[in-house]
Ligand binder design. Structure first.
Ligand SMILES: [Fe+2]
Ligand SMILES: [Fe+2]
Length: 438
């Protein structure tokens, strides 16, 4: 079966868009051209249902639906796509084999795996070749969220340098399965703290790290926390989920690169920034969701640094040389060496993992907030300043790569007079424990 629904012409051709847009501006213009989606599912009836569900997105996406990996490869040979959504139980070659093929032949294509009945081991396997895993049934809301983030992400990837950089990363971390299990458990109608705690408790090494962090002075808890259920009830699901994500991510990047501080210190820098950004956001933002976004973005803001440092040690040595000898700023040095920054890479990674756009934006612009033109200025501002306050208090924490507060940005947002209050709040929030997170 082959259903081609490419019925709508886009206003701008892809080549036009690439030609006229300078790299920086592509951040703000992801909707200049239609994206392409290939849906692969062995269940013909389900494929029809998916086509019906997705029909309202045809103005934004050109979509093709096929029911085997072999047909999908034929379709891709005719015309590569931006995103593939594939069931991992495909007839014939199988979904994992298919996604592996796509990864090798079309490394720029975003790969999303899905299934209605996958064994946890199969999900783990799929995340080795897919950027993200979605449990079935797939609702319009889930698909819309996934596609709109991928849409924005493709805009970011319009930078050729970033596309090349990302496709050359051999060990691009996948979203941790345990994080996805936690997300799924909390969306279930039977969601409970005990279910989520049970998921965390399955990974003893991670559990001990989470408890070590939760019991540190960062969180100011007066009681000793000894169980994941206790941590979840006191800190809330979002913060624990963020810690799980961060711990697992650092586990995937264990190879030491040229970055002149230990990974534990970089982790600690993320945690201090997270706690500080959350406290600053509490001063400025109404609503707990934005406050938790500030925490998550603070925790993960330098993951691109981790990825670049681990995967390209020689080139990152050159970045440091430019910083130390030529006095360049970190983003300028990274652009000279890689054509993109660690903030770009981190935001790309969080985007393909499906994290909230506010978090992705805060990570993308944490060194250069003036480039952001979205509305989530306060979360970004909180992460931007918390990162710099931590670097000011201990420049060795981040290898002395210090940057400066963007006064231009804060003036434009009418927040420049808030800096003294933010600095005081940051100081009060960050009385870190001396125990490193090993
Ligand atoms: Fe950074
Ligand atoms: Fe940082």
């Amino acid at each position: 079966m082959f259903i081609d629904v490419r019925r709508f012409k886009s206003t701008y051709s892809r080549s036009d868009t690439k030609r006229v847009l300078p790299t920086e501006l592509t951040y703000f213009m992801p909707d200049m051209y239609k994206k392409t989606l290939l849906v692969v599912d062995g269940d013909v009836m389900l494929l029809d249902v998916l086509e019906g569900i997705l029909s309202e997105l045809r103005d934004e996406w050109d979509m093709t639906f096929v029911n085997s990996g072999e047909e999908a490869l034929e379709a891709l040979a005719r015309s590569p796509v931006d995103l593939v959504l594939a069931d991992i139980h495909l007839p014939g070659m199988g979904g994992i084999h298919f996604l592996t093929d796509i990864k090798n032949r079309y490394p720029h294509t975003i790969r999303i795996a899905c299934s209605g009945c996958a064994h946890p081991n199969t999900i783990v396997q799929s995340l080795e070749v897919a950027h993200q895993y979605l449990p079935k049934p797939l609702t319009l809301a889930t698909l819309k969220t996934m596609l709109s983030r991928a849409y924005e992400l493709q805009g970011r990837l319009s930078s050729t340098a970033l596309r090349q950089l990302v496709s050359n990363i051999k060990a691009l971390p996948s979203i941790p399965t345990i994080y996805q299990e936690l997300e799924a458990s909390m969306q279930s109608p039977h969601a409970s703290i005990n279910t989520a705690a049970g998921i965390i408790a399955k990974d003893m090494a991670m559990l001990s790290k989470i408890l070590q962090v939760v019991n540190s002075a960062y969180f100011g808890l007066r009681r000793t926390i000894s169980s994941p259920a206790h941590a979840l009830s006191l800190l809330g699901f979002d913060r624990v989920k963020g810690l799980v994500l961060s711990v697992k991510l650092f586990e995937q990047c264990t190879q030491a690169g040229p970055f002149p501080v230990a990974l534990e210190q970089l982790w600690k820098h993320g945690l201090t920034t997270a706690v500080g950004a959350r406290a600053i956001a509490q001063l400025e933002v109404a609503g707990s969701l934005a406050v938790e976004h500030a925490f998550m973005a603070g925790l993960l803001h330098d993951i691109g640094l981790l990825v670049l440092n681990t995967n390209f040690p020689d080139r990152y040595r050159e970045v440091f040389r430019l910083i130390k000898e030529d006095g360049q700023g970190i983003t300028s040095a990274e652009r000279e060496v890689f054509g993109a920054t660690h903030a770009d890479v981190g935001a790309y990674l969080l985007g393909i993992w499906g994290l909230h756009e506010v978090i992705v934006e805060a990570v993308a612009f944490h060194h250069e907030p003036r480039l952001n033109q979205q509305d989530h200025v306060r979360v970004l501002a909180a992460v931007h300043v918390a990162n710099l306050f931590d670097e000011e208090s201990d420049p060795s924490m981040t290898g002395g790569i210090g940057t400066q507060i963007s006064t231009e940005y804060l003036v434009a947002c009418h927040m420049d007079d808030r800096v003294p209050a933010w600095r005081k709040t940051f100081r009060l929030s960050s009385s870190p424990d001396t125990t490193p997170v090993a």
